[in-house]
Design a protein around this ligand. Structure first.
Ligand code: FES
Length: 568
């Protein structure tokens, strides 16, 4: 008979060359924390917590952790929390994306190294959920994602304000001179007034929905506000389910994150009008299980997947309205004939089994039916052409259709510093029909692909009422932003991609209908320009060196090359 796999405290014993001694020593030290021998015999649920004084979005981590522990204990497990690094979106320089892979390694290795039979991952802010799912996918131990949940949008002078679409709306008006300095200071204190993640369908909320759609989070968990009692009840249920998974040893992420479930998640991303960042993150998560996310497939799915949610940044409502209006399960129900229903989820049920009954209530103002969608096509598309041979992303649901088929003159900014120095210069040679181009803000640039793709409208144009222009870059865009913004141009400029060769005055053609982005400069001239490129700066030590040497492009999820699994 094959020996049974060690469980609980017997897992992953420290290697002194004497396993009995290692267990005796471990038990002795564990008992120093006051646990009884009986408790130490239980299956162990690790709880990966990512609270930090530098992460407002994780402010509820302590009470969520307590609720998870309650659920684990009641279901017969032993809950043991452990810290990982945290990524507070607004508090990291040069950008949080640069540290997502670092956090994923932390999560993966701590799951693998410590004695646990299952893991609850508690995160919320933009990069934390992708990092936790990437780490868990690689470690391949039974794991459940629990998100901290969105903030509440709160009343302010007759309207509701919520981070961060309203942050940008008011900042745009301030730049255009329509909001005073006094008022912008008051608004600053009213945009984010509760615990939780951004209140709109930004990256955090999109990733919460993706975790649920993938099957890695409990049904109904994505949109519960951070401060709602349902969030704590969901935490308790997550703990209980994790204990059951620890006892049974299943299901593992490799059974849940498959080509089919990734496609389901991609469809949901399109139907919810989700963040462009989520394509990068989903690609990275899938890549940890050897699953590819071809951008051509994104375009096929986008053509046949309607946008169903009327949520900011493109619509009217906030995440709390999605929860009250039926939650993500109502979206999954509406899409059910388009989804692979035999995908396994953390509940042990398939998606189809979860979707046997219609949701008890759906608020059609927030979650549209398939015959009355916000738009008949998905929110995101990929563009290709000589300017983006490996693709670029446009969130068409957040863009101005009047700018979809046109050619414009490039106004080029060579770097983020150049952008900051010149965008508001009254002498800048720019007109509303121009295409603003930002270079060297991609994954291989020292800036680590910041959310700088939402280039501000030059002040002198904003003051004349110009609200949108075509903007092109190798950067990302916040999920809470909007505009005709072409992102993730791949390969990026720092890798010597064609974007590096664009000069002010060049003509660029955009055709959304043809999915095309074309630099109208002949090949001979491009070759001449390429010969004059200087090699990109390369750091010589530390994490920056590791990052620079191993970061992949956006079409590979900006993961490190040594962390992805080869395609199955
Ligand atoms: Fe954390 Fe928006 S800043 S979710």
């Amino acid at each position: 008979m094959a020996p049974t796999k060690p469980r609980g405290l017997r897992r992953n014993l420290t290697n002194y060359g004497d396993l009995d001694f290692a267990l005796y020593l471990r038990r002795s030290f564990a008992r120093s924390m006051g646990y009884s021998v009986e408790m130490l015999e239980r299956p162990i649920v690790g709880i990966a917590v990512s609270g930090s004084g530098f992460n407002n979005c994780h402010r509820t981590m302590p009470e969520l952790t307590e609720a998870v522990k309650r659920g684990v204990l009641a279901a017969g497990g032993l809950p043991l929390e452990f810290p990982t690094i945290s990524l507070g979106e607004i508090f990291l320089s040069p950008t949080s994306l640069m540290f997502r892979n670092l956090m994923s390694v932390d999560v993966e290795e701590m799951i693998r190294a410590q004695p646990m039979d299952a893991c609850v991952l508690i995160g919320g802010c933009d990069k934390t959920v992708p990092a936790q799912l990437m780490g868990a996918a690689s470690a391949d131990l039974p794991a459940i994602q629990l998100v901290t949940g969105p903030m509440l949008a709160m009343p302010y002078r007759g309207e509701r304000l919520g981070a961060c679409t309203d942050c940008r709306r008011f900042w745009g008006r301030y730049r255009a001179g329509a909001v005073s300095t006094d008022e912008i200071q008051q608004i600053e204190g009213q945009l984010a007034t509760t615990a939780g993640t951004c209140a709109v369908m930004g990256t955090a909320s999109t990733m919460a929905c993706i975790a649920e759609a993938l099957g890695m989070a409990l049904p109904g968990s994505a949109a519960i506000p951070a401060v709602h009692a349902d969030r704590l009840r969901m935490a308790e249920a997550t703990g209980a389910r994790a204990a059951a998974m620890a006892i049974s040893g299943a299901p593992c992420p490799s059974q849940i994150i498959t080509e089919q479930s990734v496609e389901n998640a991609l469809r949901v991303l399109l139907a919810i009008g989700g963040s462009t960042n989520a394509i990068i993150h989903l690609t990275a998560i899938a890549g940890r299980r050897g699953v590819q996310v071809p951008l051509q497939r994104l375009n096929q799915l986008s053509d046949e997947t309607p946008v169903l949610l009327d949520l900011k940044p493109t619509g009217e409502h906030y995440l709390q309205d999605l929860h009250a209006g039926g939650g993500l399960i109502a979206v999954l129900w509406a899409l059910r004939d388009l989804l692979h229903q035999d995908c396994l989820t953390v509940t042990g049920q398939t998606l189809g089994e979860r979707l046997r009954e219609p949701p008890p209530y759906v608020d059609a103002r927030v979650i549209r039916s398939r015959d009355q969608p916000i738009s008949s096509q998905g929110g995101l598309i990929a563009l290709f052409g000589n300017l983006a041979p490996q693709g670029a992303i446009l969130k068409r649901s957040a863009a101005d259709p009047a700018l979809f088929e046109r050619e414009g003159r490039a106004v080029v900014f060579e770097s983020l510093e150049d952008l900051a120095a010149r965008i508001d210069d009254p002498a800048l040679d720019v007109v509303p029909d121009d295409f603003l181009v930002l270079k060297y803000a991609g994954p291989r640039s020292p800036s680590g692909m910041p959310e700088a793709g939402y280039l501000p409208i030059p002040k002198k144009l904003a003051q004349t009422g110009v609200k949108d222009m075509v903007r092109i870059s190798d950067a990302r865009m916040s999920g809470t932003a909007y505009g005709t913004v072409i992102l993730h141009v791949t390969p990026d400029a720092a890798s010597g991609g064609p974007l590096a060769l664009v000069r002010s005055g060049d003509r660029i053609a955009l055709s959304v209908s043809k999915r095309a982005l074309t630099l109208r400069v002949d090949d001979a001239e491009l070759a001449r320009r390429r010969a004059g490129l200087t090699p990109a700066y390369r750091p010589t030590r530390g994490y920056a060196k590791l990052y620079a040497e191993h970061i992949m492009q956006a079409d590979a999820g900006c993961d490190f090359d040594f962390l992805r699994l080869p395609p199955a």
